[in-house]
Every structure is written in C-alpha cells, then in structure tokens.
Design a protein around this ligand. Structure first.
Ligand SMILES: Cc1cc2nc3c(=O)[nH]c(=O)nc-3n(C[C@H](O)[C@H](O)[C@H](O)COP(=O)(O)O)c2cc1C
Ligand SMILES: O=C(O)C(=O)c1ccccc1
Length: 385
C-alpha cells in the first residue's frame, strides 16, 4: 500500500467513523510509546545532551522556515521519488540508524522489525553497528528495499574491516560512518538513571558475532569481558588522516554522518566520501548547538550538487520533510519517530508513522503546488520574521 492509498484509507475510515489505531500527533505518539517502554529505555531514547536545548532547537528550527504556496499547478498525483546512488527510491524518507532499536519490541528483535518497516514502506533502513541481532540476520527482512550499514569505527582496524566486509557481503548498499559519537555526550538523564544499555551487554550482537571480536575477547568470554572489550574498542577518535584508510575498506558508497560545517562537507568530498549526512545526532551528543536544519543550507551549498546530502535531527511532521527537501536535502531521515512507532505498535505502528509522514508530505506538495522533488527548490521556502 502506498502513502496515497494510505491517505484514502485514513480519510474513508475517519469519515465512516473508524478511529485510527495509532496516534497521529507526535506528542501523543511519544507519550504512548514511552509508556510502553521499560524506564531505563525511556530516558535513553527520549533524552539528549545537557539540558536538551539543542534537541529542542532541532524541532523548533523548522518554525524558522515557511513554505510558500504556488497556485494553478495542481497535480492529482505527486511524485516523491528521488535518485540516490544510482537507485530510484519511491520516497525521500530514510530510517536513521538507532542503536537500541532491537530493545524496543518485547521480543528484542526490533532491528529485524525496523527492517520489516522498511520492506513494507520502501523507505531504506540504515542499520546501526549496535544491533541486537547480527547484521546478516537483519538485512533479509528489508526485502527489496535498500539497506545501508552505519559504522561506529572501532579502534581495532581489523574489526572495522571485518564489520564493513560483513555488511558488504550481506547486501548493505552503502556505509555510513558516524563521526560525532567517538565519545558519548554528556547525558544527564542517563547519568541520573545510572543506565547505559551497551554497558549492560545490550545491542552488541554485531560484535559478539564477529570473528575478529572473538579473537579480541578470547574463547567463551563472560558478559563482563565482552563489555570491557567493547568499551576498549568502541570509540575511535578519527581525524582526517584516517579517511584514506576508511575509504579503502570498501567500494560501496561512503557517507559521512555528523557533518554540519560547509568546510567539513567540502573536505569530506575531496577526501573521497560519496555522500554527506548532515545531522547533530538528534541533539544527543553536544548541547549548546543550534537546530541542525540551520546548518543544512550551507552544507548543501558547499556540496554544490557533487554528492547527495542526507539530513536528520528533529523531523517530526510531513511539513518538516518538505522543508528539509526545499532547503536542499536529497533524503530526509527520521530517528525517534519510527522508534516510537515500533515501540507503540510493533511493525504496524512503525509503518503507520512512516506512511503518515509521507501522506502529509504528499498532501502539502499537492496543496502547495510543488508536485515533484524537482519543484522543491529553495524558492519554495522563506525565513520567517
Ligand atoms: C535511541 C537512539 C539511538 C541512536 N543510535 C545511533 C546509532 O547507533 N548510530 C548513529 O549513527 N546514530 C544513532 N542515533 C542518532 C540517529 O541516527 C539520528 O541522527 C537521530 O535520531 C535523528 O534525530 P531525531 O531522533 O530527532 O529524528 C540514535 C538516536 C537515538 C534516538
Ligand atoms: O545513543 C546514541 O545515540 C548512540 O548512538 C551511542 C552509542 C554508543 C555510545 C554512545 C552513544
């Protein structure tokens, strides 16, 4: 079922008095999802860095931009498709990598279920290094929908090479290297609750299933030894010099996640990156920053059409998706919204969140007279005020 069919089903259902099974507003979704989750996951997922000013700014940054409607350009059918690394994708949406996804469904196979949301919607899945099932068992659940693999680059270079080659062999189509999380941010909610899932041995399946990691731990490690080996290798403080090495690990497209400054975007492309992922990690890593959306236009200008630009951080509505596209994002990813959909209602809940975002984006493009991605240029938005 496409987002267009979904619109029809929702409208007909509502008109005939059938109440929707899942919430439509983000605040309802968030509160209902958090109520289903164990307390230690609530703080980890909902929380961010410091007093969460940056996290809130990610969402409120969208209020600084206004879409300008255009008339007499009505199209009964909109086309949300985009081109990305030689693939035509039905929509510009992606599922951002989320390390504790596996834990948000009661069966602890949330990574597989996230991949099933991708399969059901055609929205690509970016699998995190921090999975609860090995990446090889998650990829098939995406079906024909593309999947990318997000790499937290281990300090151990052989482990990094092993993870990348496993992802390549399993059919992931790009490697996303996350640059902003080589050290965990200052997260008061996690500190106060004394909880960090990985330190309790959660979401480490890609490590415990890895032959190189097994060499590092030795045979039959106890859970404490596994966690300590993980702690020792997880965060690699990468510098530009390391890009040469990372680049030669794979022929797959290499996408750098966490790029917010135009000079970094330019240097990344000059150093062999194939894609730029503009994000501040949903405000989870460093407080004291601005809404990531504010960094997008300069990053897009620096990239200057040489590579795709994926954007995430703060996307909550279809209007946000359209705004990010108009400001130059090639694709727009969501983190917490689909996590909450999965937590609240399993795969159907995740699918509902994705289809609702797309249905709203599609209707805005229809009403506002921007029927295709190509119509959504910076001229479609103005800074408010
Ligand atoms: C619970 C949680 C876990 C995350 N884990 C990862 C991860 O493993 N790798 C990564 O690159 N980003 C991770 N992120 C960041 C997301 O990929 C994304 O940048 C962020 O969620 C986007 O912001 P949003 O939640 O406002 O949509 C995580 C985010 C959340 C909420
Ligand atoms: O929680 C996160 O956002 C995340 O990706 C992470 C993973 C490991 C250590 C610190 C942060």
């Amino acid at each position: 079922m496409s987002y267009g069919d979904y619109q029809i089903e929702l409208y007909l259902g509502a008109l005939s008095g059938v109440l929707p099974e899942h919430p439509f507003s983000y605040p309802d979704l968030e509160s209902q999802a958090l109520a289903t989750l164990p307390p230690e996951l609530r703080t980890y997922i909902a929380g961010g860095a410091g007093d969460e000013t940056t996290q809130r700014a990610n969402v409120s940054a969208f209020d600084d931009y206004a879409l300008v409607p255009r008339m007499l350009n009505a199209h009964a059918e909109r086309d949300l498709s985009i081109e990305l690394f030689g693939r035509t994708l039905p929509t510009p949406l992606m599922l951002a990598p989320v390390g504790v996804l596996g834990l948000v469904t009661p069966d602890q196979h949330g990574d597989v279920h996230g991949a099933e949301v991708a399969a059901a919607t055609g929205v690509p899945f970016i699998g995190s290094t921090l999975m609860s099932d090995p990446l090889e068992e998650v990829r098939p659940a995406c079906g024909d929908t593309p999947a990318w693999f997000q790499l937290y680059t281990p300090r151990d270079r052989d482990l990094a090479a092993s993870l990348v080659s496993r992802a390549e062999a399993a059919g992931y189509e790009a490697i996303v290297v996350t640059l902003d999380t080589w050290v965990p941010g200052w997260r008061p909610r996690d500190l106060a609750s004394g909880n960090f899932p990985q330190l309790r041995g959660k979401a480490l399946a890609n490590y415990t299933s890895d032959p190189r990691f097994a060499e590092m731990t030795g045979p039959d490690p106890d859970p404490g030894a596994t966690v300590m080996t993980w702690v020792g290798t997880f965060g690699n403080p990468l510098t530009w010099d390391d890009l040469t090495w990372l680049r030669q690990l794979t022929d797959l497209p290499l996408v750098l996640k966490g790029i917010c400054h135009p000079d970094d975007a330019r240097r990344a492309l000059d150093s062999g990156a194939d894609g730029i992922y503009c994000s501040n990690h949903g405000g989870r890593q460093a407080n004291g920053g601005g809404g990531a959306l504010h960094w997008l236009p300069d990053v897009v200008a620096a990239v200057d059409g040489r590579a795709p630009v994926v954007f995430d951080s703060g996307v909550r509505t279809g209007a946000h998706v359209v705004t990010a596209l108009a400001l130059g994002a090639t694709a727009v990813a969501i983190g917490r919204p689909y996590v909450y959909g999965l937590a609240r209602g399993g795969v159907p809940g995740g699918v509902h969140v994705v289809r609702s975002l797309l249905a709203e984006a599609d209707l805005i493009m229809g009403v506002d007279g921007y029927p295709t991605r190509a119509d959504l240029t910076p001229d479609a938005v103005r800074r408010r005020g």
